[in-house]
Design a protein around this ligand. Structure first.
Ligand code: NAD
Ligand code: DEZ
Length: 402
């Protein structure tokens, strides 16, 4: 069984070399001829699986992506030619939720938000939306959900809430202090998401609101966003994703608070979990039992020793949360790296458009090592209250008192 893997899949060969004859291809080098004798193809989101790519793939029986998003797979075509397909649903949900938490903590620090009195509107309550809801519940931040397909599916089973949270409509989401987008990019059908955050929605926002997009750029009408951002009552905006990646519109950078190059889900855990998931799927297709685990591939981290200002309080203070959590992930670091990379305009011989696309892609490919809360042992003072210990445990830390 020949398995062709994109070289962006961490530990792909280590996971799969006992399952079949593994070959890798360099990122962005895949052409139809390379698929002539391939049975299984595994890739990530920047490789588009189109009818043209598959023209010679007569043996191909399974395509899988080590990512949550699947809009790069032409599912209609795969179904029509009988090629099975799958994805790593939920692999990086926690990473994205941690990205959003970091943005919220910065908003509190910058006095853009009173976090413990704010409401977060989560658009899309799937794996990422649910992971974010869990984090917000752990920290005690009010939130609500907008997800008509899920709401309808749950209504069929007599449920009106998801994860204990209520559903609202899009008009109510538009009133929230924070709006965080976590839907797939879907064109057409009953619940399209293409530009669902449209001109009218954007023009209704005020300077007291924070809009975060870490799902897909196409979900926002980006031209309308730029025009609103250039206006008087522009909301604060955090963008991890853009229209037309990697050839993005960098004019947005001057108006957006934090910009990052589509890395919200790029924790080590998020990526390796993706590999673990596609490994298990491929084992099933091949008919072999998986015998490798995530823990075989994840290295240990150094512990974090937290000196809390108010360890005995019954509620974790935002300052103490910031002091601990920004050891794990700080979106401002990625914003700075991104802006610095795009600021280097000389020393290359590319056209401006090619320079933007290459810079965006390079930032993603060379992304730093970033771990999730679950990778860290957190040492708290002996007098830390049970409530604060629980909050950190629910955030994923391995908590102990020292
Ligand atoms: N920036 C990143 O690094 C990153 C990482 C992971 C995922 N993503 C993106 O985020 C998306 C969501 O990820 P996920 O893992 O939660 O996916 P998911 O499939 O688990 O959840 C998506 C949710 O959106 C809901 N939904 C679909 N259409 C909707 C609509 N019109 N209005 C409201 N809700 C709708 C679905 O019912 C579902 O509950 C992915 O498809 C991917 O494009 C980005
Ligand atoms: O859909 C996803 O899982 C995310 O957008 C993910 O970050 C994509 O990562 P990529 O394949 O582009 O490295």
């Amino acid at each position: 069984m020949k398995i062709l893997l994109e070289d962006t899949i961490p530990f792909g060969t280590d996971y799969l070399n006992s399952v079949g004859e593994v070959e890798t291809y360099a990122w962005q080098s895949l052409v139809p001829e390379m698929l002539r004798d391939v049975d299984i193809l595994a890739l990530r989101s920047t490789t588009k699986v189109t009818p043209e790519l598959l023209i010679s793939a007569s043996k191909l029986k399974f395509v899988t992506t080590a990512t949550a998003g699947i809009n790069h797979l032409d599912k209609t075509h795969l179904d029509s030619v009988g090629i099975m397909h799958s994805s790593a649903a939920g692999c990086n949900a926690v990473a994205v939720a941690e990205y959003v938490l970091s943005a919220l903590l910065h908003a509190q620090k910058a006095q853009k938000l009173d976090l413990y009195n704010a409401t977060v509107g989560i658009v899309g309550a799937g794996n990422v939306g649910t992971a974010l809801s869990r984090i917000l519940t752990a920290v005690g931040i009010e939130h609500c959900l907008y997800d008509p397909p899920l709401q309808q599916a749950l209504a069929g089973t007599g449920k009106t809430k998801h994860n204990g949270q209520s559903f609202v409509d899009l008009a109510q989401i538009a009133q929230c202090d924070v709006i965080s987008l976590h839907v797939p990019f879907i064109k057409g059908g009953d619940y399209p998401t293409y530009q669902m955050i449209d001109k009218t929605f954007l023009e209704g926002l005020t300077s007291n609101q924070l809009l975060i997009n870490a799902c897909r750029g196409e979900v926002i009408d980006e031209a309308a966003l730029l025009s609103v951002l250039q206006g008087e009552k522009s909301p604060t905006v955090v963008l991890d994703v853009f229209d037309n990646e990697p050839a993005i519109n960098t004019a947005l950078f001057d108006y957006v608070w934090f910009v990052t190059p589509h890395i919200a889900g790029h924790s080590v855990e998020g990526k390796v979990r993706g590999t673990q998931m596609i490994y298990e799927q491929i084992c099933e297709v091949v008919g072999t039992a998986p015998n490798k685990a995530l823990s075989d591939f994840l290295e240990k981290t150094n512990p974090i020793k937290a000196a809390l200002n108010s360890p005995e309080a019954t509620r974790l203070s935002v300052d103490d949360l910031i002091a601990v959590f920004h050891n794990v992930y700080d979106v401002a670091i990625d914003d700075e790296i991104t802006r610095n990379a795009f600021a280097l305009t000389s020393g290359h011989d590319e056209t401006p458009d090619a320079h933007i696309a290459n810079t965006f892609s390079a930032l993603r490919k060379q992304y730093r090592v970033r771990r999730e809360c679950s990778a860290y042992a957190l040492h708290l003072p002996q007098n830390t209250s049970k409530q604060i210990q629980n909050t950190f445990t629910e955030l994923g830390f391995q908590v102990s008192l020292v």
